[in-house]
Design a protein around this ligand. Structure first.
Ligand SMILES: *[C@@H]1O[C@H](CO)[C@@H](O)[C@H](O)[C@H]1NC(C)=O
Ligand SMILES: *[C@@H]1O[C@H](CO)[C@@H](O)[C@H](O)[C@H]1NC(C)=O
Ligand SMILES: *[C@@H]1O[C@H](CO)[C@@H](O)[C@H](O)[C@H]1NC(C)=O
Length: 385
């Protein structure tokens, strides 16, 4: 009898451990990033819902988007470059371009994306009417970055990691959310087709259960951000707010004035979980301050040219709509060490080994480029600045 009980107990524990398989991080066990649309820093910081939320988190005061319009910013945050993209139309990126999904899976960290009004898991269409659209577009492909990468869509099980907000609510209730979560509300709730306060009010309400005591069994960091600023004539300065149980209580209501961009999301995940890197602009991007401290990462710095950052227009690349500005996808730099303390992901190195000596714009310096200040290529062994 005792033996049977012991056996049952063991079997049970094992099942639970397998289901929960949470990979511990230096500062958090879960990262959720939620993307709102098109607002300038100066307008968002004074909004009343944002002021409420700010008391519970760390406001990043020098965070810049990569370019305009929306879509390249979403792609940049998961792939470490936007490959010259300067429009919101359908794009497809070849299979030898990796994303954060590859880095996470390599270390067994689960990941997923939830997109409001996505009509079915893994949907690859351009748009879909949903819960609030009145016949307009609610779900839009341009706000759903993973579906544009062949390295995701060519693997059915990855494509199925992309689902709707209904699935988010189900997984949140079951305490089974993946450890990395990318979320885009629909075109109304993200503010795109509505107003600044519609999106911030929505955010405050949406976040309430996620910020409640005990909402998640694991330390959870929530990065509420914008894809880009509204005013294309001003530098692309946006609000990003760090929230959730992973934020140290002593830092709630404070600001962090370090220079960040969407590439900082990648560097922060790498530092937290000791991930490999993509060999692109993820290397050298600053890691969110309190995460850098927890991870003992000392690479944060003010990149050259940061005071003149504009990021308002896309540099040349494969996805540029002007044929005269189309260039090949740059070779990842296979020689750098990233914020996770490791080199480039082994399969990236294998996929690009034939081109490993080619000139590349990725030098690990954290410098940002845009169309008015295009990337400078150099030999890949360049040291960081
Ligand atoms: C999405 O848009 C692209 C480009 O306009 C078009 O070629 C494609 O057929 C569209 N896809 C669907 C499923 O409508
Ligand atoms: C949102 O705006 C786009 C144009 O930018 C329009 O085509 C679409 O119908 C609008 N959607 C909603 C839900 O209002
Ligand atoms: C930023 O770049 C855009 C596009 O080239 C330009 O119109 C704008 O004047 C620039 N803004 C600043 C502050 O330099």
């Amino acid at each position: 009898m005792q033996r049977l009980l012991l056996f049952l107990l063991c079997a049970c524990t094992q099942a639970i451990t397998t289901a929960a398989a949470i990979v511990p991080g230096k500062a958090f066990e879960r990262f959720i990033t939620i993307w709102l649309e098109n607002q300038d820093f100066a307008k968002v910081v004074v909004d009343s819902s944002m002021v409420d939320l700010k008391r519970e988190g760390i406001m990043l005061t020098r965070y810049y988007a990569q370019t305009h319009p929306s879509q390249p910013n979403y792609l940049a945050a998961v792939a470490g470059d936007y490959f010259g993209l300067n429009h919101d139309d359908w794009v497809r990126i070849p299979e030898n371009v990796a994303t954060i999904a590859d880095l996470l899976e390599d270390k067994d960290v689960s990941w997923g994306g939830y997109f409001e009004d996505m009509p079915s898991p893994g949907y690859m269409g351009n748009y879909s009417d949903g819960s609030t659209g009145n016949g307009g577009w609610d779900y839009v492909r341009k706000h759903s970055p993973f579906v544009s990468f062949d390295s995701v869509t060519a693997h059915g099980e990855r494509l199925l990691n992309l689902d709707s907000f209904r699935a988010f609510h189900r997984d949140f209730a079951a305490k089974s959310l993946p450890q990395f979560v990318f979320m885009s509300p629909n075109m109304m709730n993200d503010g795109h087709n509505t107003t600044l306060s519609t999106a911030t009010d929505w955010s405050r309400e949406f976040l309430r259960p996620l910020l409640a005591d005990g909402a998640f069994p694991e330390r959870t960091l929530i990065a509420l951000t914008y894809d880009e600023s509204e005013d294309y004539a001003q530098p692309n300065h946006i609000v990003t707010l760090l929230l959730g149980s992973a934020v140290p209580p002593s830092l709630k209501g404070t600001t962090d004035d370090t220079f960040y961009t969407h590439y900082s999301i990648l560097a922060t995940l790498q530092a937290n979980w000791g991930l490999h890197h993509l060999g692109r602009y993820d290397v050298g991007a600053n890691v969110f301050g309190f995460v850098a401290d927890a991870a003992g990462y000392q690479g944060n710095r003010e990149p050259e040219g940061a005071s003149a950052v504009n990021n308002s227009v896309s540099y040349p690349g494969l996805l540029h709509e002007d044929p005269d500005q189309r260039t090949a996808i740059p070779v990842p730099n296979l020689y750098l060490k990233g914020a996770g303390g490791l080199g480039v992901l082994p399969w990236i190195e294998a996929a690009w080994s034939g081109a490993k000596k080619m000139q590349t714009p990725y030098d690990g310096s954290g410098r940002v480029w845009d169309g008015d200040n295009p990337p400078v290529y150099g030999p890949p062994t360049r040291r960081t600045v």
